[in-house]
Design a protein around this ligand. Structure first.
Ligand SMILES: O=C(O)CC1=CCC(=O)O1
Length: 91
C-alpha cells in the first residue's frame, strides 16, 4: 500500500539546540534505515519550508501509523497522510 505523507516540522524554541541536534540525528538514522528497507522509497524537501513529502510503501494503515509514531521528531511534527490508489490512466 502506497501513502503520500507530508511532514511539517516545528521544534519549539525552548528545546535546547544540542537536544534538537540529537533528535535530528536520530531522525536521520531512523529514516535511512526505513529507506534501505524499501518501506520509505522517497523523501523530498519542500522548497523553502521545514517540511517534506514522502512516499511510504507498507502493508497496512497500522504499520504506517507505527512507523510514523516512532519518528524521533514525531512530537514536533504535523503529519498529513494521503492513501494512494492506481490511476486508471497510468501506463
Ligand atoms: O527534515 C525533515 O523533513 C524531517 C525528517 C524526516 C526524516 C528525516 O530524516 O528528516
Amino acid at each position: 500500500m502506497l501513502f503520500l505523507v507530508r511532514m511539517d516540522v516545528n521544534i519549539p524554541s525552548h528545546v535546547p539546540p544540542a537536544e534538537a541536534d540529537a533528535i535530528k540525528l536520530a531522525e536521520k538514522n531512523y529514516s535511512q534505515e526505513l529507506q534501505r528497507s524499501g518501506k520509505w522509497p522517497h523523501i523530498w524537501r519542500v522548497v523553502g519550508e521545514y517540511a517534506n513529502y514522502s512516499i511510504f510503501d507498507v502493508e497496512s494503515n497500522d504499520e504506517l501509523h507505527g512507523l510514523l509514531s516512532g519518528l524521533p521528531l514525531f512530537p514536533y511534527m504535523k503529519i498529513h497522510v494521503t492513501p494512494l490508489a492506481q490511476h486508471p490512466s497510468a501506463i
